[in-house]
Design a protein around this ligand. Structure first.
Ligand code: MN
Ligand code: MN
Length: 463
């Protein structure tokens, strides 16, 4: 054997999808057409749940009923407080052989309105915000924003708000200083370039028409428009959940159109691919659970985040229905914590370690551990689980790669993995490499999106 042959035999390099499967360009293009539509339709967790439910119902899923009896191939879903969802397909093996769980999240970084947001200052009506999740504040100025959410009126009527998405809708904006006057601001550190209390959104500039003896007539005009459109008053902001998100639509990026640029791909890219894989699986060996969780971006807190027991309770209920012990079900289960990872960015190479980073175009990224400062806060998947997941993907011909979240001590982060693992479930992170993660416009490779879908399909098919 020549040295070259031996090198090929002993060494390992992750292939580029475009080279290994030239025919997948077209398939990925096709797959991503509906993915872009899903991104435009689901700009908040509530909207994603709605979109998911209509996809699931169209595919024959029924609302889960604990008094029904289910057999292999049956498909059900359960919604938690309009902000999180579990979909399942019953397997041919008994439940105690374990579940194939796939957990992605559908909340994304954004600007939430404060409880008492509306004020007038020097002729402008503005909204105070409190940012949600980890974002670089300077990126959120001077870009068109849309308003999404829900408000419960005094009489209990629920009004949905979506303003700034349809053709002809107005949009909103956080202002920034012009370069001519930014001398002092330019001296700030980048992280403080825009401060939290400077993320104020312009919503009005005209006074109410009949403004005689009216103080704050511009604020009144804004309230009058909201009242006309949604029947709400200033007090109703206290009964609302309103999120300001980038107004732009998902688009192709690059001359070759190889990338998708959009808001909220972390982690709706995994939510969408998981849903499509869940829908496509017929008579799986093991029962599949697809979980679309809320609140991941703020630590999976609250009763719609995966720190809550709603997933555990659902599994307990399934076990009860099948007359088996949920602890055995959990111990035999396997979970993909499906979340994005940071794609290597040549412009900021020093934040990464090139040998252990994921790259756009090389497939979904298997992340053994996340965390910070010595893997702290991480679910560190075992070698046995890595072997199982790698075998599933290799046998299905899926292009995958390994990657850490940046160089050691460059920063760090976490996912839902540790919360599922805490239930005594074998869990590992798998997802799509993303450029400009958490920015208003995030980039993902269409080929990676498609291969993540293929990985999830193989995982659900089971064996
Ligand atoms: Mn994420
Ligand atoms: Mn994130």
């Amino acid at each position: 054997m020549t040295g070259k042959e031996l090198q090929e035999k002993l060494g390992w390099k992750f292939p580029d999808i475009a080279e290994k499967y030239p025919e997948h360009r077209e398939l990925a293009e096709e797959f991503c057409r509906d993915y872009k539509r899903f991104l435009d339709e689901g700009k908040t967790e509530r909207e994603c749940v709605k979109a998911a439910v209509s996809m699931l119902e169209a595919a024959g899923y029924r609302r889960f009923d604990r008094n029904a009896s289910y057999s292999a191939g049956d498909k059900v879903y359960l919604v938690n407080r309009k902000k999180a969802l579990i979909a399942a397909t019953f397997g041919t093996e008994p439940l105690e052989k374990g579940l194939r769980i796939n957990g992605a999240h559908i909340d994304s970084p954004r600007l939430d309105l404060k409880p008492n947001p509306l004020y007038e200052k020097d002729g402008l009506a503005l909204l105070k915000t409190h940012y949600y999740g980890g974002l670089r504040k300077y990126q959120w100025t001077a870009v068109p924003l849309s308003m999404h959410g829900v408000v419960i009126l005094e009489d209990g009527t629920e009004k949905e708000i979506s303003l700034g998405e349809k053709e002809g809708d107005p949009v909103f904006c956080v202002t920034d200083l012009l370069p001519h006057l930014a001398g002092e601001q330019n001296g700030r550190k980048l992280g403080e370039g825009i401060k939290g209390e400077e993320l104020n959104i312009v919503v009005g500039s005209l006074p109410y028409e009949d403004s005689e003896d009216v103080k704050e007539a511009v604020k009144l005009k804004a309230l009058a428009v909201l009242n006309e459109q949604y029947g709400m008053t200033e007090k109703d902001f206290l009964r609302a959940e309103i999120e300001m998100v980038p107004a732009h639509k998902a688009s192709d990026v690059g001359l070759d159109r190889g990338l998708i640029g959009a808001y909220g791909q972390d982690d709706r890219v995994c939510a969408y691919t998981a849903l499509q894989a869940e829908i496509s699986v017929k008579d799986p060996v093991y029962t599949t659970l697809t979980v679309l969780a809320d609140k991941e971006e703020i630590g999976s807190e609250g009763n719609t985040g995966l720190c809550s027991d709603y997933l555990l309770h659902f599994i307990e209920t399934l076990a009860q229905m099948k007359g088996t012990d949920y602890k055995e079900v959990l111990a035999n289960s396997m979970c993909l914590s499906s979340d994005v990872n940071a794609a290597y960015d040549p412009t900021f190479a020093s934040a990464y370690e090139s040998r252990n980073s994921c790259y756009a175009g090389k497939g979904c990224v298997l992340t053994k551990y996340t965390g910070a400062r010595g893997k702290s806060g991480s679910n560190d998947a075992g070698a046995e689980l890595m072997a199982k997941v790698i075998r599933i993907m290799d046998e299905a011909g899926v292009c995958w790669q390994a990657g850490e979240l940046g160089a050691v001590d460059a920063g760090g982060g976490g996912t839902v993995a540790k919360f599922v693992a805490a239930m005594n479930v074998d869990t590992v992170d798998l997802g799509v490499p993303i450029l400009s993660m958490h920015a208003p416009f995030e980039l993902a490779s269409k080929l990676d999106v498609y291969h993540t879908y293929l990985a999830f399909c193989a995982f659900y098919r089971g064996k």
